[in-house]
Design a protein around this ligand. Sequence first.
Ligand SMILES: [Zn+2]
Length: 492
Amino acid sequence: MTCYINGVIHTMLHEKEMYHQLVVENGIIVNVGDALDLSSCDQIIDLKGAHLYPGFVDAHLHLLGYGEHLATPNLSACTNKQMVFQHLDQFRGSAYLFAQGYLDQGITAEELEIRYPGQIMLLRHNDFHGLTLSKAALNHFHVSDDTGILKELKAQHVLDLIPKKTKQSLMMMLEKAMDSLYQYGITGGHSDDLFYYNGFDETYAVFEDVMKKKPFRTHLLMHHEVIDDYIKSKKLWGIQSPYLELGAVKMFYDGTMSSQTALMKDPYKTTKDNGEVVMGKDHFTEVLLKARSYGLPVAVHVIGDLGLDEVVDLLHTYPPKEGLMDRIIHAPWMMHETLAKMKGRPMTFDIQPPFLASDLPRAYQLFSKAPDAHFPWKTYLNHQLILSGSSDAPVENPNPLLGIRDAIFRRSRVDHQVYQKEEALSAFEAIKLYTTTAHAQSLITPRGYIKKGYLADFTVLDQAIEHMEEEAFSKPHVVMTIIDNKIVYRRD
Ligand SMILES: [Zn+2]
């Protein structure tokens, strides 16, 4: 038996419900209280006044993508052309460069050729929906394009041609990601990785092998391109081991805000069009039906307000199997009439509070007319929709404290203004996004509360989140991260 003592234990059942002692046996909470009998404890963990919460979970991220991001040159801090060039100058002369996080500044293949003659360069756009290639890269991959700025399928085509990584390097990327996430107090994540690297079987094996050495509660979405491989693998859907689950089929309905490809009711100001259904509506429906034919739920990427409305209609026409729920990923913009259609439906929402801080007010400059509702999280909660918090890392920093902060304060990182205060969540609601309702789609339950019978995954902080000042959220507060009653991170 392990006993945790001298802590402030936030059960998350009620806002003010706190205890000071906790007993765990075989990875399961057996008792929570204040004057417990600790005589049969063979391990005592003194929390020294620290605050213990149910373990943080990121409901939508890309674990391998995040690991790769940690191991790859990154341009996300470069906010103009000159900064990009300054950063790239460090790699002058290297035959091959793959950089990530590039905020498209309109740099062309021609410009790259002039500055870095003959170098094969690939700049992956920050939104993961575009790729800028140097002239040498266009030649190398036999792509003809005037600017070298490729979007959506054309970009994906080139990404598919990049030589695959070794299994060893994928394992290294995954471990790197997990080590970083432990430091943020993260005990689990719902990840979309199985398509982008070495195919379903090998990528799955990477997770299986790493999880044998290092615990992390991993729920893997299955990209629609790997459904056939999944079926061939004969794996059963759902729980694979205490640390691994196979989940919904990941699909994309529309594009992104920054590429102006998210499907909006009103056209974009400059492009004069409304964005796009990236796979085409017919193909999307076909893939949805295929997922349904195997009894699988879906997880749909959708950003635009019209996109959301159409997805909700499609999921209503072709609902998931009884007892299963689909996932809507993102949903930052909404038309008023969509809300009533979402209420009570078998679907949960993976939202990214940091997107508000990054996208506002920039998104407003793109619209010809403002959408009805903007990151309407309070409205969603008021209509009993189930929200799970996430970062979409490596798109955003995966630190859940930043997501909690953005859900509470709704302050833009760009102009530092607060947007739609009426949609702000309380601290308790915001913490729930990353602890309790983060598990809306987890298959190994019960999790997400500190309660008898629940799994012993904990995040321990040096302060109560409920009382943190806005500025305090960006400071490090994680004292310990505990998964399955094992301490995977401890601050020195
Ligand atoms: Zn994503």
